[in-house]
Design a protein around this ligand. Structure first.
Ligand code: PDD
Length: 278
């Protein structure tokens, strides 16, 4: 596999990341994951904008993000993925410097890594729906920054997997925020509801696309907290993410959502999403 590392396209096994890298020492870095359908990047501009915002929030400004479109294209080429479904992963850290909490000097270059890997979607999950578990949201209060500091997400997701679930969805102050690597939406009496864009969730690209689709399809949509106690009254629920697109939720902990099958609004959005991708 050929990857991009600090200006070069090289075999993955030749990448050497310093033990002083601040990504390794402090999780001092950000990342993006972009979906590629048949060799084409999906919603690339939105991903670049989010990456720029994440970098800005870490005070790592001044990077020319234009290069990432070219890097992604070359990675797809080099790895013979130019006609395939794939994921592009990009990570940028504050570079390598002797360990101290303060930022290193301006002369320290950032570390940039990017890779393209083949991706096989799982249509059964999108057709049948998945189980989620609810977990307390113990993360920090800047979940809007796409940082690589993902330990709470990793621990919660592992608990979901151990319990036979596809995702753990976080609850903060009684409200459902988002999943460990997806946003969450539910349908109440024909209206789609999802947690407001704020510091408590990532501004998901799939979430933004779904809100666009709701406007196009005249599905009322509201960015409003859903309280855990109201969840059993939801007719439909869905997970939204780059990898899982729009995945219906069929079960929450030990109870079934609606009749356990993807609901009409979920299916309508899935069809519209497919059309957009095509
Ligand atoms: N995760 N919320 C969190 C915490 C996420 O990590 C993600 C994405 C999302 C959905 O965002 P988007 O629609 O832009 O993929 C929401 C990526 C894919 C990951 O960590 O692998």
């Amino acid at each position: 596999m050929i990857v991009y590392f600090n200006g070069q396209f090289i075999p993955k096994e030749n990448v050497g990341i310093s033990p002083d890298d601040r990504g390794f020492l402090f999780a001092d870095g950000v990342y993006e994951v972009i979906r590629v359908y048949h060799g084409q990047l999906f919603q690339a501009d939105r991903h670049w904008q989010r990456l720029a915002r994440s970098l800005g929030e870490l005070r790592m400004d001044g990077l020319d993000l234009e290069i990432f479109g070219q890097i992604a294209g070359r990675l797809l080429d080099e790895n013979h993925l130019d006609n395939s479904d794939a994921l592009i992963y990009i990570q940028i850290t504050r570079g390598a410097a002797p360990r101290q909490h303060a930022f290193p000097g301006q002369e320290t270059p950032v570390t940039i890594y990017a890779a393209a890997s083949p991706f096989t979607p799982s249509p059964e999950k999108m057709e049948r729906g998945v189980k989620i578990i609810l977990m307390p949201d113990i993360r920090w209060a800047r979940c809007d920054i796409k940082t690589v500091a993902l330990l709470p997400n990793v621990l919660a997701y592992q608990q979901a997997r151990d319990g036979g679930a596809e995702e753990a969805v976080f609850v903060r102050d009684g409200a459902i925020t988002e999943g460990t690597h997806s946003n969450f939406a539910a349908v109440f009496a024909g209206q789609l509801v999802t947690y407001p864009q704020s510091h408590y969730i990532l501004a998901g690209i799939t979430r933004a696309v779904v809100l666009d689709l709701c406007r196009e399809l005249n599905i009322p949509a509201n960015e409003f907290p859903i309280f855990e106690k109201d969840l059993p009254h939801a007719d439909e629920m869905m997970l939204l993410s780059t990898a899982s697109e729009i995945t219906p939720v069929a079960q929450v902990d030990h109870w079934q959502v609606g009749n356990g099958k993807p609901g009409p609004i979920t299916q309508k959005l899935q069809q519209a999403f497919r059309k957009l991708v095509d």
